[in-house]
Design a binder for this molecule. Sequence first.
Ligand code: ADP
Ligand code: MG
Length: 341
Amino acid sequence: DPQLNANYTFENYIEGDCNRLARSAGYAVAAKPGGTSFNPLMIYGGVGLGKTHLAQAIGNEIKRSMPDKLVIYVSCEKFCQQFVDSLKNNTINDFVNFYQAMDVIIMDDVHNFAGKEKTQDIFFHIFNHLHQSGKQVILTSDKAPKDLAGLEERLLSRFKWGLSADLQIPDLETRIAILRKKMYADGIELPGEVVEYVAHNIDNNVRELEGAMVSLLAQATLNKKEIDLALAKQMLKNFIKNTSKEISMEYIQKLVCEYFEVPVDMVKSQTRKREIVQARQISMYLSKSHTKSSLKTIGAFFGGRDHSTVIYACQTVEDLIDTDKKFKAYVHDIQKKLKMS
Ligand code: ADP
Ligand code: MG
């Protein structure tokens, strides 16, 4: 199928907390198209988070294990265009018959149906036909069905029949794994600190993450240059906004909480759970050493505490750094990450 891109497979789709449900639902659908309750399977999430890749991976997997199945991948935009053309050329029946003959339809970016009532009507009929015949429908969208504006209610209600699974921004570990995979695919290895720098700083979108890696790899190959951290920073200036931004308490809080895997809002709460207290005290300590904020401001930021609490936190952290090797390593690790920003 020319519409399926063979590069998008499950094999090279890195699994993480960000995509676990969507990925395993996709896998189940690929093993039994039309034969699970995930029909339709709706994969949703923001730009560049891997919707097209995952949807295509399902199609490729079905083609691989069941070559006789008719699988069509079509973007919603292209479908709309084809519909308009078929109206013009008087070939609506052919258009409808073509899609109704499929075993699996993958429609990408269905939010683009917004405002296109006639195309939605046609798709509604195709959808019903396929669904009633036990055929598989796979959809992607930038929003959950309940938040899709501009789509007809009856079509939306169909979209809610099966399973909607979202894709989130990958966490740091998953971002590093995605970059590693890309490097190995290209047969080039960049220094670990460069990979970490990229993964730390591009944290909103997998496509941009890959784009940064592609340009580093290109530089390494074409100019036969060693890419060290300094060169990487230099090259990625345009990818990474605010390279020399001031470190904020908010950022420290985010980094510390990510590091210790505690919910961000908890450090501002009143809880005395050990790991939260530790994250709070380290955040205060780093805020004192890495920002220009006063003790009073720091205390206020971390849950309305007073300056003596901040002094106590800093003392506690300093004592622990002196006496507890593991603790010292934690703090250094976080400081290293802070300096990478
Ligand atoms: P979307 O359709 O959501 O905008 P894409 O599917 O086009 O995003 O993904 C953007 C890029 O990121 C693609 O090159 C894709 O291969 C890659 N990508 C996204 N998620 C992953 C992942 N979990 N593992 C590996 N590559 C990924
Ligand atoms: Mg896409």
